[in-house]
Design a binder for this molecule. Structure first.
Ligand SMILES: C[S@@+](CC[C@H](N)C(=O)[O-])C[C@H]1O[C@@H](n2cnc3c(N)ncnc32)[C@H](O)[C@@H]1O
Length: 262
C-alpha cells in the first residue's frame, strides 16, 4: 500500500501489538516502540471499552514510567449489529470511523510526532486498525508514515495454555470466526475459531470432535476447558455465560479438531 504525500517529517504511526492480555507477553520491540510515542490513540470498542482502556493505560504506566505521552480516545460511530447486508454495514461503519480518526490525527499530531495504537493481540489477526491506517495513508488527506509491530496472538496464547500444537503432523490449520463457522457448516480438520459469541461449535461440530477452549487468556480470569464436544460442549456454553455476566465482558477462542485428518 502506498502512502500519499508523505515527507520525511510527516507524523509517524506505530501499530503496536500488545498480546492478548498478559503484560509479560509484550515484546521488547513493542516496548521500544511504545517509548517513541507522543500520543496513544484508543478506538472505542463498545462493550469491552473500559477494561481494555484500563489495560492499555496500565501497560503504558508499567513500561513508560517516566510518562511524557498522552491518551486520546476516538469515539466510534453507531453500528447495526444485525444488518441485512453485513459486508455493506461494516464498510459504512469503517468509513465513518475513518473520518473520525483522520480528524483526531489532524488535531493531535504535528509534523515529526509519533502516534501509536496499542493493538490487542497481533495486529494481523481480525483487527481493523491496520486496514484503517492503510486507507488513511492511501487517501493522502493526512500524510502519514506507519509501521507494524507484531505480537503474541490469542491463538498462540491458547495453544500454550493448553500445551498443544494447533495441528497434528503435517496437517493444515484453518483460522475462522464463529459467524463463518456456521456459514461453512464446520468441515476442516483443525479450526481455530475467534469472535464466536454464540458457541457455534454446538451447531456444527460432531460429538467426537475435540475442543480446546480458552477465555480471558493471559489474564487473572483465565479459564481453560478441553474434551470432546459431547463431553464439554454444554459446560463451555454455561461457563462462558456465567463468566460473561460475572465479569461484564468476555474474550474467548478455541481449537476444534476432527478425530481423523480428512
Ligand atoms: C477482534 S479479534 C482480535 C484478535 C487479536 N488481534 C489476536 O491476535 O488475538 C478478538 C477475538 O480475539 C480472541 N481473543 C483476543 N484476546 C483474547 C483473550 N485474552 N482470550 C481469549 N480470546 C481472545 C477472541 O476470539 C476475540 O473474539
Amino acid at each position: 500500500m502506498t502512502a500519499t504525500g508523505v515527507r520525511d517529517d510527516s507524523p509517524n504511526l506505530l501499530l503496536i501489538g500488545i498480546g492478548p492480555g498478559d503484560p509479560k507477553q509484550i515484546t521488547i520491540e513493542a516496548i521500544e516502540a511504545m517509548r517513541e510515542a507522543d500520543v496513544f490513540f484508543v478506538l472505542d470498542k463498545g462493550e469491552h471499552k473500559h477494561t481494555l482502556l484500563a489495560l492499555r493505560r496500565e501497560i503504558c504506566e508499567r513500561y513508560i514510567p517516566e510518562g511524557g505521552y498522552r491518551f486520546v480516545e476516538i469515539p466510534d460511530p453507531p453500528r447495526d449489529r444485525h444488518p441485512d447486508d453485513y459486508t455493506a454495514e461494516v464498510r459504512a461503519w469503517h468509513d465513518g470511523r475513518l473520518a473520525k480518526i483522520e480528524e483526531a490525527f489532524a488535531a493531535e499530531l504535528a509534523d515529526g510526532q509519533v502516534g501509536a495504537f496499542l493493538v490487542w493481540g497481533d495486529p494481523a489477526l481480525y483487527d481493523s486498525t491496520l486496514r484503517i491506517v492503510e486507507q488513511i495513508a492511501e487517501a493522502g488527506r493526512f500524510p502519514v508514515r506507519y509501521r507494524v509491530i507484531p505480537a503474541v496472538s490469542s491463538i498462540s496464547a491458547l495453544a500454550a495454555a493448553h500445551r498443544i500444537l494447533l495441528n497434528r503432523i503435517g496437517e493444515p490449520i484453518h483460522i475462522t470466526t464463529g459467524r463463518r463457522l456456521l456459514l461453512d457448516r464446520g468441515g476442516d480438520t483443525n479450526q481455530v475459531v475467534m469472535l464466536d459469541s454464540g458457541c457455534s461449535f454446538l451447531e456444527v461440530a460432531e460429538p467426537d470432535d475435540h475442543i480446546w477452549w480458552g477465555a480471558y487468556l493471559g489474564t487473572d480470569e483465565e479459564i481453560l476447558i478441553c474434551g470432546t464436544v459431547a463431553e464439554v460442549g454444554q459446560l463451555i456454553k454455561v461457563t462462558r455465560e456465567e463468566a460473561r455476566i460475572r465479569i461484564g465482558w468476555i474474550l474467548d477462542v478455541y481449537l476444534l479438531r476432527k478425530p481423523e485428518y480428512r
